[in-house]
Design a protein around this ligand. Structure first.
Ligand code: ADP
Ligand code: ZN
Ligand code: ZN
Length: 750
């Protein structure tokens, strides 16, 4: 007798629940069996404590560690079929690698609406097409709408659109749904449903909407290199100076991938997903380019996810979290500006999207392109070791080579708004020649702080070990670490003197000085404060692209990504921030930023100059960067890292602890570090445990921050130590009163 299928249906489901607990919870399968049977990846609704939550089935078994009669049944299964395999695989990898709770990882990696239990299916929209009204053609049709002029008008409009019109477009022309329904009832219009992300009906005309550029020889060599590995895992570093035409290489690679019926996933930094970037992709391809960015509504995000998962979207471009987009037919993964800090999530699930891109490309056996003018030292190291193919673009696609950094000594010079007289003169000459000048200053606000000239008092934040920034627009003191605000004092709170002065310069102060110094020249300030209003940035950039002489004052918002063809002079107000910082990556990050800023100069018809003001013109790193460029500095930094046995030569994890009570956080830090040392000794693991030490800014938002650092030559041992530490803290009573997290491959030590 054949087995009844019921005998084989698993009775126990191991479910990942959105919670910080690093384990599955067992429930009994209940309700109608899903179409393809019980399987990992199905979302279910279950009661968990007193809540009802959405969880994801991870294991299907017949047994549980608990007696079956103690298990609750699930309340409902939400999916007909499991969520995509590749997505589930990536989430499980991520949870394991970053030692994060799987339930929390899964929820983080799915669109909000799925988290809430919404069905995953293509949402549709209506499209209306005109019908000609039967055999006798136009005359009869006209007769049917003779007494309804608005319907007649609508019918004529529809007839002018052979591919039809979507409902929204029709309603926007001040027609109504009643009129559409009336036309349909008279046999003059037809309603069709279509998926939201759908190829343009004109797609038959070919993939490209505008022709590819003819590549220069370096680009052609790089593209040929990429073509050699289209059907396998083929990780490449596309190392090209700013303006060398990396994007053009991506576009032509994507063309090849999409032609083969596969999908391309492109990750860009937060700051890089500009309308300008998107329009470059959309202008090139006739197929839909789905963009995943923070501006999407929950519905749009779900649609994009569904379009990628079903394969209807051939090109997906997005920021960090887009790495979790499921792909039906993956063909290539591209990470642009792979060194950018925004690829690393700094709280909760602390993943690095670039690193996940590498494992994902390997899993799918597809090519991977990491593009940058200033590759991260990790990436450069792996390229040098031969893990990645190293492709170079050394020349700009446009006429002029990127400018070298010219160091300008600040010592003993009077500054106005942060700028010294010879630099102001150069700015004046550039404006006079009809060009634009970009002044880069990585601090927003008027001045980094307010100081009393009589007694030396400075405006400190009550809640952080930090100064409050003086803002002019609107006038107030604000802490950039905890967002506390205070009114500007009229007099010194300590000695009563009214002689309060700004200390240092921020964007607002430079803007003010430049406006005074160059009357009649427009000054555009671009920072987080000036671009809060929707479209403010785009409208300023539009103004700037018209090309009249102008001054641009901005933070890194302006330094990255934007093509500013009329800028021929870039001034860096102060290059010293990264030079003597405690974080071992500070110099690398600051050199990357300087190169990016410098890359804005001279991108079109005229060569550029870059003036870098510094108190330390003799600093060996800064001189190396200025005389021989980023690659030379990177070599030297890699040597230092090797000697100091720092990443990428060893692997690192950082335990962060914080609490409003200094004594509690210190006690726990000491206890955890010493317990861990005991474990490392017992297991003879080659893992160094350093600390606890106070975080660089120990007090933040009135909480005390402490760290314990782990470093190991072997990743497996680091992971073992990390896992042990997590178990230890999960079981510790003291740890319940302290917030803690383990950061694998931390990008900052703050
Ligand atoms: P990157 O991404 O390396 O900074 P882009 O791809 O943005 O560089 O290219 C810089 C500029 O050069 C763009 O305006 C682009 O249109 C142009 N460009 C790129 N490749 C070519 C080419 N082969 N021929 C002509 N112009 C090109
Ligand atoms: Zn004072
Ligand atoms: Zn503060």
């Amino acid at each position: 007798m054949p087995d009844s299928p019921a005998l084989h249906a698993p009775r126990v489901l191991g479910i990942a629940i959105p919670s910080p607990l690093r384990r599955l919870f067992d429930y009994l399968a209940a309700g109608p069996e899903p179409d393809e049977g019980w399987a990992p990846g199905l979302r279910v609704r279950v009661s968990f404590g007193r809540r009802q939550v959405v969880g994801v089935v991870i294991e299907c078994r017949d047994t549980s560690d608990l007696p079956l009669d103690r298990l609750k049944p699930i309340d409902a299964c939400l999916d007909k079929a499991p969520l995509p395999d590749d997505w589930l695989w990536l989430c499980r990898f991520t949870a394991r690698y970053y030692q994060h709770a799987l339930g929390d990882t899964l929820m983080h990696a799915m669109p909000v609406l799925l988290r809430q239990g919404r069905a995953l299916e293509a949402r549709v929209r209506e499209r209306w097409l005109a019908l000609d009204g039967g055999d006798d053609g136009g005359d009869d049709a006209l007769a049917r709408v003779a007494r309804a002029p608005k319907q007649a008008e609508l019918w004529h409009m529809l007839r002018q659109h052979p591919h039809g019109l979507v409902t929204q477009a029709i309603l926007a022309q001040s027609f109504s749904r009643e009129q559409l329904r009336a036309l349909a009832a008279k046999g003059l219009a037809e309603r069709r449903e279509e998926a939201l992300t759908q190829a343009d009906p004109g797609q038959a005309a070919g993939l490209l909407a505008s022709p590819a550029l003819a590549l220069n020889s370096e680009q052609a060599t790089a593209l040929a290199g990429l073509h050699e590995g289209l059907d396998r895992f083929h990780p490449c570093l596309l190392h090209g100076v700013t303006g060398s035409g990396k994007t053009e290489v991506y576009l032509q690679l994507i063309e090849a991938v999409v032609t083969k019926g596969r999908q391309a996933l492109v990750l860009v930094p937060e700051i890089g997903l500009t309308p300008q970037t998107l329009s470059r992709f959309r202008q090139r391809f006739r197929v839909p380019v789905v963009a995943l960015h923070s501006g999407l509504s929950d519905h749009e995000r779900l649609d994009a996810w569904e379009a990628a998962a079903s394969g209807r979207a051939p090109i997906i471009i997005g920021t960090r979290s887009a790495i979790f987009t499921p792909l039906a037919r993956p063909g290539v993964i591209i990470v642009d500006e792979e060194h950018d800090g925004s690829f690393k999530q700094q709280d909760g699930l602390r993943y690095h999207a670039r690193d996940l891109a590498v494992v994902r490309a390997k899993h799918h056996a597809v090519p991977l392109v990491l593009g940058s003018a200033t590759p991260a030292l990790e990436t450069l190291h792996r390229a040098r070791q031969g893990d990645y193919r190293h492709l170079h673009l050394r020349q700009r696609a446009t006429r002029y080579a990127p400018a070298r950094l010219e160091l300008v000594d600040l010592k003993g010079r009077v500054r106005r708004g942060g700028l010294i007289p010879p630099v102001l003169d150069t700015i004046g000459a550039t404006l006079k020649a009809g060009h634009q000048v970009l002044v880069f200053i990585n601090r927003r606000g008027f001045a980094p702080t307010l100081a009393c000239h009589a007694c030396g008092w400075m405006a400190d934040c009550d809640h952080c070990d930090a100064r409050m920034t003086w803002h002019r627009q609107p006038p107030l003191l604000a802490c950039h670490h905890c967002d506390r605000r205070r009114v500007l004092p009229d007099a010194c709170p300590k000695c009563g003197s009214a002689d309060l002065r700004p200390l240092g310069s921020g964007t607002e102060r430079s803007e003010e000085t430049l406006a005074e110094h160059f009357p009649g020249v427009p000054v555009h300030r671009i920072d987080r404060d000036s671009t809060r209003a929707k479209d403010a940035l785009e409208s300023m950039l539009g103004e700037i692209r018209r090309g009249e002489p102008a001054l641009l004052v901005g933070t890194q918002m302006l330094a990255k990504g934007h093509h500013l063809p009329h800028v021929t002079l870039v001034v860096v107000v102060n290059a010293d921030a990264g030079l003597y910082a405690s974080d071992f990556r500070a110099l690398e990050h600051s050199a990357q930023l300087l190169e990016q800023v410098a890359g804005r100069a001279g991108r079109a018809a005229h060569p550029g100059r870059v003036l870098v003001q510094t108190m330390h013109p003799d600093d060996p790193s800064l001189s190396l960067l200025s005389s021989r460029g980023y690659d030379a500095l990177a070599d030297s930094l890699l040597d230092e890292r090797r000697i100091a046995a720092l990443p990428p030569f060893r692997f690192m994890a950082l335990l962060r602890l914080e609490s409003p009570r200094e004594d509690q956080v210190t006690a726990l830090g000491r206890e955890a570090a010493s317990a861990l040392r005991g474990y490392l000794a017992e297991r003879s693991l080659e893992v160094d445990c350093l600390g606890p030490v106070p975080a660089p800014m120990e007090r933040r938002q009135n909480r005390y921050h402490l760290q314990v650092m782990l470093m190991a030559p072997r990743r497996s041992q680091l992971h073992e130590a990390g896992a042990w530490l997590i178990h230890y803290l999960e079981d510790s009573r003291e740890a319940r009163r302290v917030r803690w997290s383990l950061d694998i491959d931390p990008m900052t030590l703050s």
